[in-house]
Design a protein around this ligand. Sequence first.
Ligand code: NDP
Ligand code: 2IT
Length: 480
Amino acid sequence: MSAIDHLHLRNVKKKLYWRDVQHLTQTFKKMADFHAQIQDFMGKIEAKNSHEPEFLQAVREVAETVIPYTEENPKYKETNILERICEPERTIMFRVPWVNDKGQFIVNRGFRVEMNSAIGPYKGGLRFHPTVNLSVLKFLAFEQVFKNSLTTLPLGGGKGGSDFDPKGKSDHEVMRFCQSFMTELSRHIGGFTDIPAGDIGVGGREIGFLFGQYKKVKNEFAGILTGKGLEYGGSLIRPEATGYGTVYFANEVLEAHGDSLEGKLCAVSGSGNVAQFTIEKLLELGAKPVTVSDSGGFIYDKDGIDKEKLDYIMHLKNVERGRIHEYADKFKGAEFHKGATPWNAKVDLAFPCATQNELPKKDAETLVKNGCKGVFEGANMPTTADGYEVFKNNKTLFAPGKAANAGGVATSGLEMSQNAQRLSWTRDEVDYRLKMIMQSIHKNCEKFGRVDDSYVDYVRGANVAGFVKVADAMMAQGHV
Ligand code: NDP
Ligand code: 2IT
């Protein structure tokens, strides 16, 4: 190389260096600016909702991804859409009086958070669990707005429930509670207003009692709930839909990254509706689920939970209403770990399907250390904020609940369509539509969440994609 070439090369390097420095400085400045704006925004939300930690957690996750987007799309900032989305359109709290089998007078608290109706009537589940409070239901209703927007269907967001604990109650007690709950709720819901469904502690039995009471009080047979029994307007595949949809979504993510579910060891938490049908679909697609849990602890079955064992779990949980430790008595070789969660198991993939904040930072670190390549949230917000940071920093594939578990509410939307048409689609038809919806959610998340050729930030993708549709509808409808 000549002396002139050397000189030229040095100048090019110098220029490149300065360009890099300038670029980095700009990037840091932008990040600091975003950070300041997020802090400022959260300050306002925290001031109004200071006793609602779950709600604030859900809002912060959205703010961290949506605020940078609104900076580049100022129309959303100018119309203050994000702050407007954080304020429920309406929150209803009510007394639920009922009498237990001993003749005692019990009172519980009932709620319905009607969060956002920009793109359709309020839609979202009812949760019956002793931990239910306004913070939990506001976080769930907030998540539901973005999730429902992703489904491609015209569904607004809501959530409700009660601090009633169905565990240990007789069928008659559950029926009397549901009747009292619906006597009040019936004033606030309707096929064009608000259509609740199930969630933790609310399955087919509870939906039946709630539907019966609505019909009695209102004297109308209407599609005001989803998750109904097949005999009275329910849809095939709705019970399966959340778990199936989560696995369809996982399949999309893995395929997009040149991988598949075949032969993968999977940790599943929970043993309720979502966990059961997650396991069923994992088996169908060739994966090997090895854990299942409830609030008493988890089962590790090194031989895998096969179809026969899953049938046992379904009978134990749905019919006998038993506890998961009984699995270890039935199937020798399976271990029960009392009071623990499944995240220490050495697995390829994790499917948290129980409840919020069940996967904290230390467990995320253990999963990563053990070689876990993907986390797919069947539950709502099961991963803590710092747990998610661990996955993000390690480029673990991570599908947030509002995308991965949207198949449940999407199929509720399909149940509403069938009710409106007064007909029932076949199992194959509903399953096909569910699969198509999960594929479309995946594409939409990729569109807004792609970081580089090898990594998609599905959290950013889901939040921004969900936000854009709701925000555009809100802007079109004026400041209402
Ligand atoms: P179920 O009531 O059918 O099952 C809940 C399961 O999670 C049970 O195994 C329960 O154990 C466990 N669980 C609940 N709370 C806790 C807790 N605090 N600590 C440990 N384990 C707990 O509910 P689903 O399966 O319907 O719901 C599970 C998750 O999926 C929830 O986050 C829900 O919001 C979400 N989801 C549900 C949808 C649906 O269509 N049902 C749709 C989308 C999301 P135990 O019996 O001991 O309480
Ligand atoms: O969290 C959820 O998406 C649900 N519990 C299902 C809601 C519904 O309306 O089917």
